[in-house]
Ligand binder design. Structure first.
Ligand SMILES: [Zn+2]
Length: 434
């Protein structure tokens, strides 16, 4: 029997074991955090995977990053620490002469609320009708289990790769990407990377970046039940109504972007800006003195500045909204203030890279699509590609459209095919020692 056939059969016959592995991962509570939240079961999960991979022959590094390890990045929220949230990298040394491969996944999952709508406990996974249910089965403990299992099976079959194989699990993807950045700055890298997010087995070759502008409009308070003189005579100005001018500008900008060729991408949706949170007013009988609008803005790799960040987009949005607002006499003299918070930078890789071809072919070999795609949101591959010198793609089980849902699940067949596809991609990319 050929080598690849042996791999496929070993993983197929290990189906129960693979489900058990993913179930163990789901049972650890690794709910994503606010900056100040106490750690949950992150260290236990990383230790569990580290023990397994060490037993399979890997050299395992589990470390707790220091805050300064991720300092100086506009991607990082201030005050972030990693106490109780270690990162893990397991290295299977290559025999030499082949390119190295990084398999990466995040262990944090979004909150399970509203828990009472789940058919079964989100942290007690169970198989129903061939699907494994539980928080994180889709995004992305399923993918993490598959990459670990693929490495274990290669080791068990005595297959020595020419290039190094690294299995890396990180925290904090759902909140900030801090775990991935800490891993990159710790030196986790390879000649290519696969992040096993739920891509519906399409090969993601890029993602959009995001900015989160907060726009504040000032009004002038006054008695809301009294007729007001013109504002030039000292009358009140309603900040909420002035924000309507800004909202109109945001909508115009979005429409303009949708029609512009430089906001298009073969695998990603156009740039977008979405009003997400608004608050204004102080008292029911008082004209609102200020109104604040928070937006979520997605931008394409081509719109990033020369260092890959969103400063050009920020300048464009600021100029556009100030110009639109200036048509209003009050706003012309009291222009909106725009505060730019975090910048989560986009990325893309050249679709002609060998890892892309290897993954497309491995996907086809396990009966899944052989198709290029991209992620409109963001994932850790951007960090490895942009800052870690590791051109990275996404490929994994289930579909991100079904991530973060009540009764989240991954089909067991998807898990088997994912582990198979990853093992084939590793063999083909890294080469096999004689
Ligand atoms: Zn994810």
């Amino acid at each position: 029997m050929g080598l690849e056939q042996r791999i496929l059969e070993a993983i197929e016959s290990g189906r129960e074991e693979l489900v058990e592995l993913v179930s163990r991962l789901v049972a650890f509570d690794t709910t994503a955090r606010e900056v100040d939240d106490q750690p949950r079961d992150e260290a236990d999960l990383q230790a569990y995977l580290g023990d397994r991979l060490r037993a399979a022959g890997a050299t395992v590094d589990i470390w707790e990053p220091l805050p300064q390890d991720v300092a100086g990045s506009r991607q990082m929220p201030p005050g972030l620490t990693f106490d109780g949230r270690p990162q893990m990298a397991a290295s299977f040394a290559g025999s030499g002469g082949g390119p190295s491969l990084l398999l990466n996944g995040h262990i944090d999952v979004v909150p399970s609320e509203p828990r009472n709508r789940w058919t079964s406990d989100p942290n007690r996974p169970e198989v129903r009708d061939g699907n494994l249910y539980g928080r994180g089965t889709c995004d992305m403990k399923g993918g993490v289990g598959c990459m670990v299992y693929a490495a274990e099976v290669l080791s068990r079959l005595g297959i020595r790769l020419r290039g190094e194989l690294i299995v890396n699990t990180v925290t904090d993807e759902e909140s900030s990407g801090a775990g991935g950045l800490a891993a990159v700055r710790h030196g986790v890298r390879a000649d290519a990377g696969i992040v096993t997010e739920p891509t519906a087995f399409e090969v993601w070759v890029g993602c959009r970046g995001s900015l989160s502008p907060t726009i504040t409009v000032e009004g002038r308070p006054g008695h809301a039940e009294m007729a007001q003189p013109h504002w030039r005579e000292g009358g009140a100005v309603n900040a909420i109504e002035k924000m309507a001018v800004v909202l109109d500008g945001v909508r115009s900008l979005r429409d303009e972007w949708r029609g512009r060729p430089d906001r298009r991408h073969p695998h990603l949706s156009p740039s977008d800006i979405v009003p997400a949170k608004i608050s204004g007013g102080e008292w029911i009988v008082t004209y609102p003195a200020s109104c604040t609008l928070a937006c979520e803005l997605m931008y394409l790799p081509a719109n990033a500045d020369q260092d890959g960040w969103g400063t050009r987009v920020e300048a464009e949005v600021t100029e556009f909204l100030l110009r639109r607002s200036a048509a209003d006499p009050w706003l012309a003299e009291h222009p909106p203030r725009i505060d730019w918070g975090l910048d989560i930078p986009p990325y893309e890789v050249d679709p002609s890279l060998p890892i892309v071809t290897a993954m497309l072919e491995a996907s086809d070999a396990v009966g899944e699509p052989s198709r290029l795609s991209g992620l409109d949101s963001w994932f850790d591959a951007a960090t490895f590609a942009r800052f870690g010198d590791t051109p990275s793609i996404g490929w994994g089980p289930r579909d991100i459209a079904w991530a973060h849902t009540v009764d989240e699940y991954v089909p067991v067949d998807d898990l088997v095919r994912c582990a198979q596809g990853l093992a084939l991609a590793a063999v083909r990319h890294c080469g096999v020692a004689e």
